[in-house]
Design a binder for this molecule. Structure first.
Ligand SMILES: C[S@@+](CC[C@H](N)C(=O)[O-])C[C@H]1O[C@@H](n2cnc3c(N)ncnc32)[C@H](O)[C@@H]1O
Length: 376
């Protein structure tokens, strides 16, 4: 191992230069007027040949610098979780220990090979991440309509009521009762950034509100819906928590009934700017609610944002074809690749303007001569 001794007054300059090469989480040591910085195991030589020349030169030019070989005995306290896993787990197993953080909960999807080590994995994660109080492992895949999954606690307290911060908003929910995916955070932000103040937004599968709440906070009027009564409950709580409840109208209906309610029921919207359909496993099928839909007294032209999955290499073509199969011709569509779900499966967003026509506009008026012919 290599360490660098430097006068205290040059310490921050040196720390900047050795960013990425410093031994993380290991404190600086004071030796009189000097500080000792230990480098990580990417640096094996005291001539620092592993560091690009320009940086190396800048380090060597620091007055009074000393670069020395050293030995350090690191214990559990100093090692990172990954370093501990690489020491205690069989080779290659540590590669499957990445997890999702949901508030105070760390959620693993451990492979069967990790099963015998799950308790120790949970303990290390708790010890090394002070904000984590519960570590769970997903025990069965999502296979119900509310998109929740079974989990077991592998470390910490069995407390699933959590609070998540996402794109400047706060969400509370019980993680066992509702759907939440931190990996969609960027997409939530990306889509909401397309909305303008006073836009009318319809969120057909809203969950606990990661599109609805930031949109409402941005000044949109949001009609949000979820079939899961618990998501509906937390969505309303989150609207209050984020002080945007006056802009959120929450429904607890099946997605198709929700659209019918907004168009033909008491709500009877005269304008919709965007419709969000984030239920990737089946949202495309729900597009049928718009097919051949006619309104008696008005037309609407929302942009529909429908999420789905594709296993094809040409995702754009596949997404548009999937949509057209249900809805008929789709024009001016854009397809955005949201994230890779597995090596061959991609989540996409299919966005396109869609006219919900007024009844009379859609009636085919036959030319008079043709009419006469049929009358004969
Ligand atoms: C993939 S989650 C998306 C939630 C949220 N929009 C997000 O981005 O995190 C889909 C949501 O649709 C809800 N859902 C499932 N089937 C539904 C249906 N037929 N009608 C309305 N909501 C439904 C589920 O309860 C779940 O909360």
């Amino acid at each position: 191992m290599v360490c660098i001794k430097v006068e205290a007054k040059f310490c921050s300059k040196l720390l900047n230069l050795v960013k990425g090469y410093k031994l993380e989480k290991y404190k600086l040591i004071s030796e009189g007027t000097k500080r000792v910085i230990h480098l990580n195991n990417t640096i094996k030589h005291t001539d620092l040949r592993e560091i690009p020349e320009e940086t190396r030169q800048a380090i060597n030019e620091i007055e009074g610098i000393q670069i020395l070989p050293t030995t350090l005995h690191l214990g559990y306290e100093e090692l990172t979780a990954d370093e501990i896993f690489s020491k205690i787990l069989p080779p290659n197993l540590e590669l499957v220990t990445s997890f999702e953080t949901v508030g105070h909960i760390a959620r693993f999807n451990l492979s069967p090979e990790c099963e015998p080590f799950k308790k120790i994995i949970g303990k290390v994660i708790m010890d090394k991440n002070k904000h984590i109080r519960t570590v769970v492992n997903k025990t069965a895949n999502i296979n119900n309509e509310f998109r929740t999954f079974q989990m077991e606690v592998i470390a910490g307290e069995p407390n699933f009521l959590t609070e998540v911060k996402d794109n400047g908003c706060r969400y509370v929910f019980d993680y066992t009762e509702v759907y939440w995916n931190s990996r969609l955070s960027k997409e939530h932000d990306r889509l909401v950034s397309l909305f303008k103040k006073n836009d009318i937004i319809v969120d057909m599968f809203a969950g606990v509100g990661p599109f609805a709440i930031p949109a409402a906070r941005a000044g949109c009027i949001v009609y949000s819906n979820d079939l899961n009564p618990r998501s509906h409950h937390y969505l309303k709580e989150n609207a209050v928590l984020n002080k945007c409840d006056k802009n959120v109208k929450a429904f607890n209906l099946d997605g198709r009934l929700f659209i019918k309610e907004l168009l033909f029921g008491e709500t009877k919207l005269n304008r919709i700017d965007h419709i969000i359909m984030n239920l990737p496993a089946s949202a495309i099928e729900f597009l049928d609610v718009f097919r051949d839909l006619r309104l008696p007294d008005r037309s609407l032209t929302p942009t529909i944002h429908c999420y789905g999955f594709s296993n094809e290499t040409d995702i754009t073509k596949d997404a548009i074809e999937q949509g057209q199969k249900i809805l008929g011709p789709i024009e001016n569509a854009t397809v955005f690749e949201v994230r890779g779900v597995s090596p061959k499966k991609t989540m996409f967003r299919l966005s396109f303007p869609y006219e919900i026509k007024r009844e009379e506009e859609s009636e085919v008026v036959e030319p008079p001569h043709k009419k006469q012919k049929t009358e004969l």
